[in-house]
Every structure is written in structure tokens, then in C-alpha cells.
Design a protein around this ligand. Structure first.
Ligand code: CP
Ligand code: NVA
Length: 319
């Protein structure tokens, strides 16, 4: 069976740990895995499709695939027939005959599911409206580097608690056995099915879930404090209203005073200083956001290697 990575819970807790272990190995020894080249190698090209803009995801995937001996093929919005002249399924049927993997940043999660259903090569979610699972692998790697083993740590996410990052913090965090607290205003909290899925996963790992409108409750003694833009891609028209709505969930010095004194601060970037995070926090000593950005590279290399190997092993077993 081909393995895809569309949502954080597509990796079991043990598999997530394997990917993170491999990411640390690849960070220490960046050219150790040449899965797309060398003896007996198969396909080398990875399609990177971007329906939304990107700096980190685009560059980290392209550089990581090159490090692995592969060839990144970046397809920008409107550059292929996908979405206007050709269906997702027909696109998948063509690409899966040519490339080693399909990495796609898009809007609807359902589109990714359709692509995966028609593809015999791994499909990776490079951000959708609902989830940003590749970002979370980098975030977990960064937390592990700065705080040690993930299980039992407390992570507080503040701000737009209904967006892709909040959902992924919930699902990936509890998969790692963390206590995940999500705080945002009423009407901007994670949807019921996401919370239910996170609670189910937490039972397996010993993690826990708290969803609250009280930022102070989420922050109390937290080991990790995270936030994200209040205006996700596609929501630009709501900028003024959102700035008002989320103001009391900003990660500033007052918020940080409620977290553990040695808490680290994460932000997937791009960041808007003076809105979801203050300049003194993101540019201060507790911020690990530049390590977090770099770790996109290492985590995604590990993910691609892991998905290829898992898919090949399953296919060899006749699954
Ligand atoms: N964090 C992140 O995904 O950044 P980009 O939108 O620049 O890819
Ligand atoms: N929530 C943000 C994340 C950007 C990496 C967005 O979707 O725009």
C-alpha cells in the first residue's frame, strides 16, 4: 500500500518517532540517503505543486530533494492544467506514472484525498486550509532539540485556533505524547472532529488536549508557546476584523511571563510583528523560529525517504 502524508495522524506515534529520528540523523549527515540516485535507483523527480504562495516549503522541499539526489519539479499556480482544464484524478493518473512523489500545497483537504486515491506514489500535504503536517514535523524536531523527549511536554498555541496550524498542533502534538492546549476566541476554535481525533490519539500516547478561550489557562507553565498569523492565505479581506478579534491572544512579554521561564517560542513564519507575536519575543532569547525554519529541510527529507521506503516495502510484500 502506498503511504501518503495528508494529515498529521497518517503517521502512527511510532512512525512519527521514526521520521524524527531519521531527520536528526540527516541533519547530522545531510547526504547519507541518496534515495533518488545511485545503484538500482528508480524515479528521481518529485512534483512540487503550489496553488498558494510559499517561501520555506518550496525552498526546503526543492533543496531537500536535491540533497537526496533527486530533481524537484516546481509547478506554480496556474502553470499546469490542474484545477481548470483537468481534474485532480486525471492529473494524479498522469503524474504517478512519471514522478517518485507528489507534494501539493492547496486549499481543500478533499483535493489532496482525491489526489492520493488516484496515485500509486506518495502524496504529501504541503499545507491545506485544514492542516500543515510537514510544518509540525519540523516543529517537533525543534522542540526535541531544545527541550528533549517530547512525551509529557506542554505546548500552548494561541491565536487563530481554527486554522491549519492549530489543527496540526493538536494532532501531531498528541501523537508525540504532548499535552496540547489550544486557545482562541469563541467561533475560532478547532472543529469537533479534529478535537475528537486528537483525544483518541492522546489516549494511545498519554498526551492530552485542552481547548479554551482563556489564553492564561493555556499558557500556565507551558514548555512551548506557539502562534501563527491571524490572517491565513485566502483570508486577506478579513485582516482588520481579525486583528481586533485575536488581539488578546498575542504572544508578547506578558503572555510569556505566564509560561515556564525556560519556555521556547515557535512560529511557522511568515510572522507579523505587533500582531500575533511581538518583536521582542520573536527576536528574543526564547525564540527558536530560525531553527524551526531550517528544520523544515531535515524533517521533509526524512519524511520523503520514510514514505518511499514504507511504500516500497509494502509493495514488495504484495500489499
Ligand atoms: N511556514 C511555511 O509553510 O512557510 P511558507 O508559506 O513560506 O512555505
Ligand atoms: N496559517 C497560515 C500558515 C502559513 C505557513 C496560512 O495558511 O496562511
Amino acid at each position: 500500500m502506498t503511504r501518503h502524508f495528508l494529515v498529521d495522524t497518517d503517521l502512527t506515534p511510532a512512525e512519527q518517532a521514526e521520521v524524527l529520528d531519521l531527520a536528526l540523523e540527516l541533519k547530522a549527515n545531510p547526504y547519507a540517503e541518496a534515495v533518488y540516485a545511485g545503484e538500482g535507483a528508480g524515479r528521481r523527480t518529485v512534483a512540487l505543486i503550489f496553488d498558494k504562495t510559499s517561501t520555506r516549503t518550496r525552498v526546503s522541499f526543492a533543496a531537500g530533494i536535491a540533497d537526496l539526489g533527486g530533481v524537484p519539479l516546481v509547478i506554480g499556480a496556474g502553470e499546469s492544467q490542474l484545477g481548470h482544464k483537468e481534474s485532480i484524478t486525471d492529473t494524479a493518473r498522469v503524474l504517478e506514472r512519471m514522478v517518485a512523489s507528489i507534494v501539493w500545497r492547496t486549499y481543500a483537504q478533499a483535493g489532496l484525498e482525491e489526489m492520493a486515491a488516484a496515485s500509486r506514489v506518495p502524496v504529501v500535504n504541503a499545507l491545506s486550509d485544514d492542516y500543515h503536517p510537514c510544518q509540525l514535523l519540523a516543529d517537533l524536531l525543534t522542540i526535541r532539540e531544545h527541550k528533549g523527549p517530547l512525551a509529557g511536554l506542554t505546548l500552548a498555541y494561541l491565536g487563530d485556533a481554527a486554522n491549519n496550524m492549530a489543527n496540526s498542533y493538536l494532532l501531531a502534538g498528541v501523537t508525540a505524547g504532548m499535552h496540547v492546549r489550544i486557545a482562541g476566541p469563541q467561533g475560532f476554535l478547532p472543529a469537533g472532529p479534529v478535537v475528537d481525533a486528537a483525544r483518541l490519539r492522546a489516549v494511545e500516547t498519554g498526551g492530552s488536549v485542552l481547548v479554551t478561550t482563556d489564553a492564561a489557562e493555556a499558557l500556565a507553565g507551558a514548555d512551548v508557546v506557539a502562534t501563527d498569523t491571524w490572517v491565513s492565505m485566502g483570508q486577506e479581506d478579513e485582516k482588520a476584523a481579525r486583528a481586533e478579534l485575536f488581539r488578546s491572544y498575542a504572544v508578547d512579554a506578558a503572555a510569556m511571563a505566564r509560561a515556564a521561564p525556560d519556555a521556547v517560542v515557535l512560529h511557522c513564519l511568515p510572522a507579523y510583528r505587533g500582531y500575533e507575536i511581538s518583536a521582542d519575543v520573536i527576536d528574543g532569547p526564547q525564540s527558536v523560529v530560525w531553527d524551526e525554519a531550517e528544520n523544515r529541510l531535515h524533517a521533509q527529507k526524512a519524511l520523503l525517504v520514510w514514505l518511499m521506503k514504507a511504500s516500497q516495502a509494502a509493495q514488495a510484500d504484495g500489499e
